[in-house]
Design a binder for this molecule. Structure first.
Ligand SMILES: Nc1ncnc2c1ncn2[C@@H]1O[C@H](COP(=O)(O)OP(=O)(O)OP(=O)(O)O)[C@@H](O)[C@H]1O
Length: 252
């Protein structure tokens, strides 16, 4: 028992040392610039001073060092006020922009798909969610552009060289076009279903992506997810479904 207690003391010291080293290491990686590094150096010295004065019971020096350490929080806040403000702005703006981007992507997509379907132009659009789709894509052209209804529409126009296959949206960007997807292997799928819809079902059986299909034949829009197809969606219904399925995952 006594041995255990002695070891506990040793373990405590080791843990203490490891934690301190970890905090100092993380801080040194965070701070950039000569001035910040000097300040971190001074803080480390002060902390060392605090430990030494405690160890040797130097009460007057300890009082001084402790006062300096306590006031260092205020001093740091003043020195780095611009950086702190910038960090907060970036943090809040990022979340806000993310919200806006996802909503914009859905609006653009719904608009494009509705107008393509109306003109009886077929389209296949994959929206990646948490499981990456890349390994299931064959051929395709890398694009990496902002999602706009004009871009989507122009890709699927019959004379476009990349109108065959699917467009891929990843992390809110249109990343690829002309991609071929694995066809469904489900024997229960209607025999009359064409390959565009079979491709949408096939990918959705393998990953959690949401796939939107505009049918050239019927001029209707379908949404496919998890091997299930919802047909005849008008733009408000498609938008509502997409917001429910896509936005919460993207925001994670
Ligand atoms: N494996 C695939 N991956 C992606 N797209 C595919 C794949 N196979 C076919 N397509 C697309 O589907 C088109 C053919 O559609 P098809 O008419 O056979 O299907 P459909 O489901 O009946 O669609 P629609 O209702 O638009 O006619 C091809 O020109 C191509 O663009």
């Amino acid at each position: 028992m006594t041995e255990l207690l002695q070891n506990r003391g040793l373990l405590q010291d080791l843990l203490d040392l490891a934690l301190t080293a970890f905090v100092v290491y993380r801080l040194s990686r965070l701070v950039k610039g000569v001035m910040a590094q000097r300040i971190l150096g001074v803080l480390c010295l002060l902390f060392l001073g605090h430990l030494l004065t405690r160890f040797f019971a130097l009460s007057a020096a300890r009082l001084l060092i402790d006062a300096l350490l306590a006031s260092s929080v205020v001093v740091l806040a003043v020195i780095f006020q611009t950086d702190i403000r910038r960090a907060f702005t970036v943090l809040t703006r990022h979340q806000h922009e993310k919200n806006e981007t996802m909503s914009d992507v859905i609006d653009e997509l719904v608009f494009a798909v509705a107008s393509l379907a109306q003109k009886r132009i077929g389209a296949l659009i994959v929206i990646e969610r948490s499981i990456p789709v890349d390994t299931y894509l064959a051929v395709g052209t890398d694009i990496d552009a902002k999602v706009t209804s004009e871009l989507i529409s122009s890709i699927f126009l019959p004379y476009s060289p990349i109108h065959d296959g699917a467009v891929i949206i990843q992390r809110g960007k249109l990343t690829k076009a002309g991609c071929f997807l694995p066809l469904t292997q489900n024997p229960e799928v209607n025999k009359n279903l064409g390959t565009r819809h079979r491709a949408a079902l096939g990918l959705s059986e393998l990953v959690d992506a949401v796939v939107v299909v505009a049918s050239e034949e019927s001029g209707t829009v379908s949404l496919v997810v998890g091997g299930k197809k919802t047909d005849n969606l008008d733009p408000p219904a498609l938008g509502k479904l997409l917001r429910r399925l896509v936005e919460p995952r993207w925001l994670k």
